[in-house]
Ligand binder design. Structure first.
Ligand SMILES: [Zn+2]
Length: 107
């Protein structure tokens, strides 16, 4: 994984917003998956958006996960978006947590 974001600290919202969407794979109001590319280095990311809906309080909590991928990873993800979870088991990824906490998660 070569992306310049790998060593950047701290990661900020503009860092992630600078990633360019390449294609949408799955879209719904509370769960979406798409592919983005780093505008600076071309690193591809599978991006997973999840919204935990708090029906009681109305405080929706949004989570985004940015998993670095290669172009060969895209077809399996298109066929089955749960492949992203499998990738997250075996490589570092960026977590964008509620409250704009952004950090690399490594196993
Ligand atoms: Zn980069």
């Amino acid at each position: 994984m070569q992306c310049h974001l790998a060593d950047k600290k701290p990661l900020t919202v503009p860092d992630l917003q600078a990633l360019q969407m390449v294609r949408s794979i799955y879209e719904s109001s509370h769960h979406s998956v798409w592919i983005s590319r780093c505008g600076q280095c071309g690193q591809l990311y599978a991006v997973c958006f999840d919204e935990d809906v708090d029906w009681e309080q109305g405080n929706d909590k949004c989570w985004n996960f940015y998993v670095p991928i290669e172009s060969c990873d895209i077809p399996p993800i298109e066929a089955d978006t749960t492949q992203i979870s499998a990738l997250m088991q075996c490589r570092p990824f960026i977590t964008w947590a509620p409250g704009d906490n952004i950090y690399w998660t490594t196993k």
